[in-house]
Ligand binder design. Structure first.
Ligand code: G6P
Ligand code: MG
Length: 216
């Protein structure tokens, strides 16, 4: 029984939500409204363009297409300032150990992220070389909860969707995995991610016996 794994990046392997938050908050303040951590939750797993739309809805601000493009660029420039300072110490607890476990079991894994910055982030934390493939925001046309990103991931793994296990921290991502007919594993708040097939608080809780059970 062959399986493969697809990892979301932000919130599963690294915590970049805090950097997205700083950059979006600055933009909101610039536009004259407050942007809270609770608001930031709504942007998890969501594409960059969609994130801006949600943010503008929160502030009840309307902008021309031109202005939107301009702010998408400036937001990302600020975000890049934070992520280019990232290092391996920012890998979330349990992530490297889980990759080691998968390596030792001969299970292949790819990345399935909405972020266009995913390759850069993986390089910053020295994990880029470890993945058999990368599917990121540059290679998909439909954002999560559409299953496209994970279906491309399954192709890269040469596996059928039902042979793939997805690790996700976002509601949109769990939904995408479920729609793709994959095994969904929610990482984070169990209540929030109750649609996942399995739930763990973080990757330290995902041990090799759990992975072995999934193989059988
Ligand atoms: C991930 C994050 C989202 C982010 C998206 C796009 O899914 O969880 O919060 O909006 O990637 O990221 P990008 O780096 O392309 O702006
Ligand atoms: Mg995520």
């Amino acid at each position: 029984n062959k399986i493969g794994v697809i990892f979301d990046l932000d919130g599963v392997i690294v915590d970049t939500a805090k950097y997205h938050f700083l950059a979006w908050k600055n933009l909101a303040n610039h536009l004259g409204f407050e942007f809270t951590e609770a608001h930031n939750e709504l942007l998890k797993g969501v594409s960059r363009v969609r994130s801006l739309e949600i943010l503008l809805d929160i502030g009840k601000v309307e902008l021309s297409e031109e202005k939107k493009q301009e702010f998408l660029v400036s937001k990302n420039e600020e975000y890049l300032k934070y992520i280019t300072k990232m290092g391996p110490e920012e890998i979330l607890p349990g992530a490297k150990e889980l990759l080691d476990t998968l390596d030792s079991l001969g299970i292949h894994y790819v990345l399935g992220s909405a972020s266009k910055n995913a390759p850069l982030i993986l390089k910053q934390v020295n994990l880029f070389e470890r993945f058999s493939g990368i599917v990121d925001g540059n290679s998909v046309s439909k954002a999560k909860p559409d299953p496209e990103v994970f279906l491309i991931g399954a192709k890269k793994l040469n596996l059928k969707p039902e042979q793939c296990i997805v690790f996700e921290d976002a509601i949109a991502g769990v939904k995408a995995a479920n729609t793709a007919n994959m095994i969904s594993i929610g990482i984070g708040d169990k209540q929030t991610l109750h649609k996942a097939d399995y739930n763990f608080n973080d990757l330290t809780e995902v041990n090799s016996s759990f992975i072995k059970e999934l193989i059988n």
